[in-house]
Design a protein around this ligand. Structure first.
Ligand code: PBG
Length: 326
């Protein structure tokens, strides 16, 4: 049937009708807040991400309480350590900053909040790469695996419910899964960054985490943004190696891949609205070029509509408060 019998606008006439027929929902529990915990004291604003700061342990505990109160699904912890070295030793230290943060959150927030630890070496190595380097200065995939596994085991021991490897080394999900199982932590989940492009949209994050490569770039391990066949192969490898959930990032530039991975792989998929996506909206809104709340909620809804069950977003706390007020 076509016009005039068919009039799709009938279902858009009032707010109540639009709500009744809305196909995609967005709730605070779908949102995961990334948070930076640093080894220093105080709260340090991040210039490229207005509204986001590096938190010390006290501020992290307060953030955790706020996130639980807001009904967020979880928080994703990134560490900014006091010291760096060639092999990123502080990533897996029992008293590392993320491990301390996890213990603190676990003791203060109980099990109300899912705690996810980002597992990578780039913030902990002095050269800023996500793995260790061989004598030629290239990232040594296989030599990196045990270090990532050790890091994941220590994060789990400190209270992480989930570890999230973001390094893009081949075989890391399997290495981490085996190490967790061997250390008696078979109930700790792996949520892998399965599809992670070598993206220009991570710029503000690298300032926040102090994790820019000193030389070269990450294109030798992160994926080419031009590829979707490769993205599906990466996702399937993680499934086969024992991943429990998958992350696709960036989110807005990868809605097609969020859709494909969630349709095909059968695991929960999370879209990560990365630092550059956050900064784009913040800058445009600050310049009066768009409505901030509208732009944030529209983007998050699009990521859910594409197939992501959960969304990792720096807007999580604020979006949750807007959603509650709706
Ligand atoms: C670490 C890591 C990065 C991000 C998440 N984990 C940076 C990178 O790969 O360079 C980016 C997140 C963001 O931009 O918000 N490997």
């Amino acid at each position: 049937m076509s016009f005039p019998a068919s009039r799709p606008r009938r279902l858009r006439r009032t707010s109540a009708l639009r709500t009744l027929f809305r196909e995609t929902t967005l709730a605070p529990a779908d949102l995961i807040a990334p948070v930076f915990v640093h080894a220093g004291t105080g709260v340090e604003p991040i210039s490229g991400m207005p509204g986001v700061s590096r938190l010390d342990l006290d501020a992290l505990a307060a953030f955790g309480a706020e996130a639980a109160e807001a009904g967020l699904g979880g928080i994703l912890l990134f560490g900014v350590p006091a010291t760096k070295d060639p092999t990123g030793t502080s990533a897996s230290a029992d008293d590392g900053i993320v491990q301390q943060g996890l213990r603190r959150l676990r003791s203060e927030s109980g099990t109300d909040l899912v705690l996810i630890a980002d597992t990578c070496l780039c913030a902990y190595t002095d050269h800023g790469h996500c793995g260790v380097l061989n004598s030629a200065g290239d990232v040594d995939n296989d030599a990196t695996l045990p270090l990532l596994a050790q890091t994941a085991v220590s994060q789990a021991a400190a209270g992480a419910d989930i570890v999230a490897p973001s390094d893009m080394m081949d075989g890391r999900v399997g290495a981490i899964r085996s190490a967790l199982d061997a250390s008696g932590q078979s109930d700790i989940a792996v949520m892998s960054y399965a599809v992670k492009h070598a993206s220009a949209f991570y710029g503000p994050f690298r300032e926040a985490a102090g994790s820019s490569p000193q030389e070269g770039d990450r294109r030798g391990y992160q994926m080419d943004p031009a590829n979707s066949g490769e993205a599906l192969r990466e996702a399937w490898l993680d499934v086969e190696e024992g991943a429990d959930a998958l992350i696709v990032k960036p989110a807005i530039t990868n809605l097609d891949l969020i859709y494909q991975v969630s349709e095909e792989c059968g695991l929960p998929v999370s879209g990560y609205a990365v630092s550059g996506e956050y900064a784009m909206i913040e800058s445009a809104a600050a310049a009066g070029q768009l409505d901030r709340q509208g732009a944030v909620l529209e983007s998050l809804t699009a990521i859910r509509r594409a197939g992501a069950g959960t969304i990792i977003t720096y807007h999580a706390l604020e979006a949750a408060s807007w959603l509650r007020a709706r």
